[in-house]
Design a protein around this ligand. Structure first.
Ligand SMILES: *Cc1c(COP(=O)(O)O)cnc(C)c1O
Length: 375
């Protein structure tokens, strides 16, 4: 069998060599606790703060607005619950969408159990939330809007800047799950009016087990993990110094190579879409045609079981996804594909291809040829 062809970068990415190289000393040589005052502790502290500056720069935030966490899911929990608990005297209403990642949806469901009220906005057939519906959902008691930057299944990018403006007009805080967007889309938290933003290292070439939450200066959040006073007393636990160094380096690489990387993914994506439409005129492209993540393609094949397709692709060394990795093992139809109005037949025939740095045009040709043989 050939070398693996990996087209599932929305599920996770490989740690970049430069990222790993930067991390290695912090496992054994510079192993100090970042809270310790002697020299190897201070080395760790400096590394953590350097990484904080690198992560901040990628989204045009300030260094002191970044909190390190263990993953994107934790960032979503800390951002949403942290704001909900802190501002509950002001109101108990939260607005989100029906196509959020489970890390947001289930956090909102948990808050409903505790007496918060949550509105789940619909999306149109392209997966875009309606600004009119958002406006109509706002109440006196609304304290938080949480809408994802870009969807992990269908790649649709939401109108973040407009949502930020609406939130501001109504004096409501705005959190966005930007786990799929960071590194792939230019983000400016100030220009876009974002008050809190979640990211995850392993979605942009840093390791699994490290994430970050941005919270605008002046906004307080309630800590949800109690213990020591790390992360300016918002997230207890000895810092994962090596992981933090990794996400910082990955952010630095993403910042410095943004245009080149972005163009590369867009050209692979558009080439695949173009070829698919010629070869499989019955296949339906899910998500917004142009306003989508640079590396995301999602096609539905009528009368086709995507899981079966995945097994056959796997036999050819191809890694892809049906729906999202978070729902594998549970055969329920994707809530995202349902929300954009797909019939169960089309939803069950959805194949997600997500490109990354190591992919080439030849890889795409191999994928197309393999799909042609199988289908
Ligand atoms: C992957 C993902 C998450 C979860 O991040 P983890 O680091 O795996 O916990 C949250 N939201 C979106 C949109 C994602 O794609």
């Amino acid at each position: 069998m050939n070398k693996i062809k990996y087209f599932d970068h929305a599920a996770t990415t490989a740690v970049k060599e430069e990222v790993l190289k930067e991390m290695l000393p912090y496992f054994s040589l510079n192993y100090g606790n970042a809270s310790s005052l002697y020299s190897i502790g201070r080395i760790s502290r400096r590394a953590v703060e350097n990484s904080r500056a690198q992560v901040a720069r990628l989204i045009n935030a300030k260094q002191n607005e970044i909190y390190f966490t263990s993953c994107g899911s934790e960032s979503d929990n800390l951002g949403i619950k942290g704001i909900a608990y802190k501002y509950k005297e002001k109101g108990n209403h939260i607005i989100t969408s029906k196509i959020e990642h489970p890390a947001v949806l289930n956090t909102c469901k948990a808050l409903e159990q505790e007496g918060f009220e949550v509105s789940y906005l619909n999306v149109n057939k392209d997966g875009v939330v309606s600004l009119g519906e958002l406006e109509r959902a706002v109440k006196e008691t609304t304290i938080l809007i949480s809408i994802m930057f870009a969807n992990n299944e269908i790649g649709t990018i939401e109108p973040i800047e407009q949502i930020g403006r609406i939130a501001k007009e109504h004096n409501i805080l705005f959190h966005t799950d930007a786990v799929q967007a960071v590194g792939n889309i230019k983000i400016d938290v100030n220009k876009m009016g974002i008050d809190a933003l979640s990211m995850s290292g392993h979605k942009f070439y840093a390791p699994k087990g490290v994430g970050a939450l941005y919270v605008r200066e002046g906004i307080d959040i309630k800590k949800i993990q109690d213990g020591g006073h790390q992360e300016r007393d918002k997230r207890a636990g000895t810092e994962n110094v090596a992981g933090i160094v990794g996400i910082g380096k990955a952010a630095d690489i993403a910042f410095k190579n943004f245009d080149k990387y972005n163009q590369k993914l867009i050209s692979l994506r558009d080439y695949l879409i173009e070829q698919m439409e010629i070869i499989f005129p019955n296949a339906k492209l899910n998500g917004h045609r142009t306003n989508r993540l640079p590396g995301n393609c999602n096609f539905s094949f009528p009368n086709m079981d995507a899981e079966e397709l995945l097994f056959k692709l796997d036999e050819k060394g191809i890694c892809a996804s049906a729906g999202s990795a978070c729902s594998t093992g549970n055969s329920a139809t994707s809530h995202v594909l349902t929300a954009i109005g797909l019939t169960p037949d089309l939803a069950n025939g959805a194949l997600r291809i997500t490109f990354g740095d190591e992919n080439t045009k030849e890889d795409v040709d191999y994928l197309i040829n393999s799909l042609t043989e199988i289908i």
